[in-house]
Ligand binder design. Structure first.
Ligand code: S3P
Length: 191
């Protein structure tokens, strides 16, 4: 099933979650363009706020400081008018961030299998969590830890090795199904 645009105006942001390499930024950018919405990449905003790269934040200040900054930045972005927000892979693991996203966003988990993630992360070498060790082993462990939590997202879309526009079609169709089933103000309260 596919769709060109949303069936109803959005009253909150579409928040992409999932592991490194799932395509959150690349697909999010195209999704936003298709919907005529702004695209925001949380990692880029964290770098702007910190005045240095994510690799440097991890290196100089440590992961807990990065997570704290990530929590603050995502909370701030969620207060902005509806847009497409790509989050870093760890953001949705934080209970407070999940709750903020539940209140102010529609979460979409881009679920990808190990082989697809590996092929994508191999193109870049600037991700702190993947630099010290075997990428396959690290990603397998992250899949085991994180997939059960990502599964709490409002919507799950399987990320496939297809043109990004095809993924955008799938996401729009899934968001339309979700909006049809759960109109604004009628959403449950479980995190
Ligand atoms: C992280 C994912 C990265 C970035 C940081 C930590 C994670 O973002 O936020 O390196 O914990 O999975 P991407 O998922 O956009 O690569």
């Amino acid at each position: 099933m596919s769709a060109d645009k949303l069936a109803a105006p959005l009253d909150r942001s579409i928040v992409l979650v999932g592991l490194m390499g799932a395509g959150k930024s690349a697909i999010g950018r195209r999704l936003a363009a298709r919907l005529g919405l702004k695209f925001v990449d949380a990692d880029t905003e964290i770098e702007k706020a910190a005045g240095c790269s994510i690799a440097d934040i991890f290196e100089i200040h440590g992961e807990p400081a990065f997570r704290e900054g990530e929590r603050r930045v995502v909370a701030r972005l969620l207060k902005e008018p509806p847009h497409v927000l790509a989050t870093g892979g760890g953001a949705f693991m934080d209970a407070e961030t999940r709750e903020r996203i539940r209140e102010r966003g529609i979460s979409v988990w881009l679920r990808a299998d190990l082989e697809l993630l590996l092929s994508r992360v191999s193109r870049r070498d600037d991700r702190p969590l993947l630099k010290d060790g075997d990428k396959r082993t690290i990603l397998s462990e992250l899949i085991a830890q994180r997939h059960p939590v990502y599964a709490k997202a409002d919507i799950v879309v399987d990320s496939e090795d297809v043109p990004h526009d095809r993924m955008v079609d799938k996401i729009i169709a899934a968001v339309n199904d979700f909006l049809r089933d759960q109109p604004p103000l009628a959403r449950g309260s479980t995190a």
